[in-house]
Design a protein around this ligand. Structure first.
Ligand SMILES: Nc1nc2c(ncn2[C@@H]2O[C@H](COP(=O)(O)OP(=O)(O)O)[C@@H](O)[C@H]2O)c(=O)[nH]1
Ligand SMILES: [Mg+2]
Length: 301
């Protein structure tokens, strides 16, 4: 595009366009260029060109925005790789749980229905970031089925046994694994409660949000609900990697080899440490199934 005879404003917008980092910025620059482009016969073609570029870019960014939405939801929340939705009746401690586990501090009140829009926070866990969404109370008009249906994990927060069935009955279209978090704020006999929940074979954990104690166990439970495992890698003679790779549960040596080596045929020998090994440094084949917190060492040709 010839920049001769263009105003300084046009030239500035054109160079900003080239270094823009986002579509939003690019669109902004193009708007400026269209505005600044001379409106006479000889630049007609150039102006048409700019308008086409603007339209195409606008369509593209609109498409990206849409695909980031969780299906059918009223709210635009970009779904991260690992997303958990906190679901339950009002006053069960959803906001308290969100602020306990993530970087956000929502309003926590003893009144009903405080949360009218879904709130999003990130929970750091073992070098991952798990997205947590507090969904407005299931018995309110603000409840957002769309988010719940597409979340990878659903944390069912209850303060009373009778709530479990009621919440579950509304989760029939929800695909994610469900973990019941029993907030013991109204419980007088936790041991009896635990026995009852066990006898009903619920997938549950108990928690007192006012004195939660060590949160690592809860975070572990939430992580395991995603059906993923953490696997460390190492090279012969060196220490294991600092960050774990996140793999689907039941992944094999072959799966991880495909991810980290260009050609799995390069492997001469594989050794394994951790929960899936019979003993430290056991030599295993490609079909060996990995477990959470394993360490794998590849010796290559
Ligand atoms: N004593 C006690 N109060 C709690 C506990 N969890 C939540 N609450 C209180 O219950 C009320 C509702 O909590 P909130 O997190 O806003 O619930 P939400 O409506 O589900 O988001 C607030 O007054 C909290 O302080 C708990 O474990 N123990
Ligand atoms: Mg709330």
């Amino acid at each position: 595009m010839a920049s001769t005879n263009q105003s300084p404003q046009y030239q500035k917008a054109a160079s900003m366009f080239l270094i823009a980092g986002t579509d939003k910025e690019r669109l902004h620059c193009l708007e400026e260029m269209i505005r600044e482009c001379p409106k006479h016969k000889s630049s007609e073609k150039m102006l048409a060109n700019l308008k086409t570029r603007y339209k195409k870019l606008k369509e593209r960014s609109e498409r990206i925005k849409k695909s980031g939405k969780s299906g059918g939801s009223k709210h635009t929340i970009r779904k991260e790789d690992m997303q958990a939705a906190i679901v339950g009746f009002t006053n069960t401690g959803k906001s308290s749980l969100l602020s306990l586990l993530t970087n956000v501090s929502p309003e926590i009140t003893p009144y009903d229905f405080t949360t009218k829009i879904p709130l999003v926070g990130m929970m750091p866990f073992s070098s991952m970031q798990i997205q947590m969404i507090e969904v407005p109370a299931i018995n309110s008009e603000y409840y957002d089925r769309g988010i719940v249906n597409t979340a990878d994990v659903i944390l069912v927060l209850v303060t009373d046994i009778s709530q479990i069935k009621e919440v579950m009955s509304q989760l029939d279209k929800a695909l994610g694994k469900k973990l019941i978090i029993f907030n013991t704020k109204n419980s007088t006999d936790n041991r009896k409660l635990e026995a009852t929940l066990k006898s009903k074979k619920y997938n549950f954990t108990m928690l007192n949000l006012k004195s939660p104690g060590n949160l690592e166990n809860l975070k572990e439970r939430i992580f395991h609900s995603f059906d993923k495992i953490r696997v460390f890698t190492k090279e012969p003679g060196s220490k294991k990697s600092e960050r774990a790779m996140i793999l689907e549960v039941k992944s094999t040596i072959k799966d991880i080899a495909k991810k980290i080596l260009k050609n799995p045929n390069m492997i001469k020998e594989t050794k394994i440490w951790g929960p899936s090994s019979k003993f430290a440094g056991q030599i295993v084949g490609l079909s060996h199934e990995l477990k959470d917190m394993d360490t794998v060492e590849f010796k290559t040709r």
